[in-house]
Each structure stands twice: as structure tokens, then as C-alpha cells.
Design a protein around this ligand. Sequence first.
Ligand SMILES: *Cc1c(COP(=O)(O)O)cnc(C)c1O
Length: 360
Amino acid sequence: MGSNPKLKVRLDKIRENASQVVNLCKSAGIEAGGVTKGMCGNVSVARAMLEGGCAFLGDSRLKNIATLRREGLKTTFMLLRLPMASEIAEVVSYVDVSLISMPETVKLLDDACMASDRNHDVIVMVDVGDLREGIWPTSAEIEEMAKALRASRRVRCVGVGTNVGCFGGVLPSSENLGHLLKIGHELGEYLGYELRVYSGGGTSSLALIEDHTMPSGINQLRIGEAMLLGSDITGRRLIPYLHQDTMTLVAEVIEVRRKPSVPIGIIGADAFGNVPVFADKGIRLRAILAIGRQDVKPEGITPLNNGVYVLGASSDHLIVDVEELGYKLTIGDTLAFRVDYGAMLAAAVSPYVEVVMEER
Ligand SMILES: *Cc1c(COP(=O)(O)O)cnc(C)c1O
């Protein structure tokens, strides 16, 4: 059962999503890794992704990777966020392959490898226009990175990668991923060997496989959202061959009362500094649920019941209009919601939300 609020996760559906994505990628000669950061590196979710056939696991947080390793998961672990200089020793001990963009990081990783008698693989991130991480692909930057890699004794460059659809919202395309291939070949020439991995993004890149516009040569994707939620925020779509009902957020009713739909008094700002606007719908039946911004992103949840409308939330309270709900709600009842990526992330990291695993 679990306590409230809780996030119920259907592991069988995540496993099936992972398997569908892995097979689609395989049909295009691409290996798919599972990205666990949206669920805070949850070990059951990570295991379901591996059971679905993921070639490796990626997370943005070293802490999550360390936990998954300690839990005994056997796979290749990829650190998705550029390593911090202050965590380099732990990176080489817990991570198999890091995404990097700074020549200085290569040197730090190499020194840490020497000190601990280990090897480490890196993928050089290339910015093809989204303006998050990556070298800016000029010959000077490529050459500088190649120089650092050539000087390293224990750090090996296995490939290049890119990130799209994150900061700038840039969609992957045959042009920008084609550019990645070209930069990879140029870097390989400086290094004197062919790169093995061309890592072409995350969930939003699946669309290119579906419509057969993925440039040949891209051979790896790092997939989170599609496996976890069956959606693609950047591409603004639900992915038709995947499950969207993988998770349910459950919150408990602590007040049910008829109240006016417009506050009474002079409106200042709400608890977060925003000036609220209200439409006057007269007196309405409203419920307060014991969940708030400390638990979830209220803008990212969708009620599963018809006739429930989210009006707003403070740190600890969610206000919903239940006038049109078909049954009488009382305290102790619960309401259920779907979550988007932001709401899932918030719920998964909140210490107040219990994550409950379910299997059909
Ligand atoms: C989060 C992340 C991914 C996964 O993105 P999704 O859109 O969830 O598939 C892939 N690569 C990097 C570098 C990331 O940070």
C-alpha cells in the first residue's frame, strides 16, 4: 500500500517500453542505453531497463551511479553530466564512461586513473546548436581536445556525442547529427584511430529512426523519458508504440468544502511571489490534497478522474476543483494523477513521496 503521497510505478510497463525502444534502435544499428536520472537512479527502475535489453545505464548524478553499483547491478555505467573537478576520484572508481567537454577534465581524469591504477573511457560532447554542453566544433577546439586525449595515459576516447532538445530546445535532425559524424571523423584523424561510438542524443532522436532520417553512422542513443513515460517533450508527442500509463501519483484529501472561486480581499502575491489570477465560477466544491511543491511540480500533473481540475498549489497543499466529480469525496480518500517528466523528477527526489513498485 504505502503511505501518502506516493508514486506508483509499473515496472512491467517500463520494462516493455525499454524493450520496444531497444528493438527499434537495433533495427537501425543503434545501441540504446537507459537513463535513470528522471527517477533519481531508482534501482528497481534501473533493473527493469536492463531486463528490457538496455546496453548500458546512464545517470547525471555520480551518487545515483554509486548506489546502483552498490546494489549489485552489472552493466556499463555512463555519467551524463560533465564531471566536477571535485568528484574526479569517485568518477574513475564508479563510472565506466564519462561524457566530457573540457581538455582540463581529461587531464584530471587521467591523473586520477594513474593514482588508482584504473582506466577510463570518455565520450567527447559536441555542441551542434542546443547550447548546453560540448566543444564548439571549430578546428582549434577539436585539435585542443585531441591534444589532451593524446597526452593521456589511462583515458581513452571512445567516441563523440551530442545533446539536443535540452537547453535550447533544438530538435535532432539529419543535419545536426550528420555534423556530429563529421566532427567525430575529424577528431579521429587527430587521434590516429577511428572512434567507435557516435552518441546521437536522447528520446527526441527516436523520431529520426521512425521516419528513416537517422544518418547512418549514429550508433548509440541514451534514452530516459521514452522508457519512463512513453512521451517526448521536445518533440511534443506521446510515442504511439510505448506505454504512457507507467506511473501514478496518489495524494490524500484533507479538506473538502464549498468556497468562492475568487479570493476575498486585496490580492498581493502568492507564497512564491506570483500574482494569482482567478476566473469567477461562483461557489465551487474544492478539495485540498496533502501534497505540494515540496513533493511535485503541480503544473506537470493531470488528474485521472474526469471532473477534477488543479487550481494551484503551495509548498504543502494542492487545491483542486471537484464540483464536477461524479462521487462524494471525503477526507482520507485519494485522487490519482499522471505525471510529466518534471513532476516525475520532483516526486522521485522528494523525501516525502514514497515510490511504490508494482508488477502486473
Ligand atoms: C537526460 C539526458 C539524456 C536522456 O534524455 P531523455 O530525453 O530523457 O531521453 C541523454 N543524455 C544526456 C547527456 C542527458 O543529460
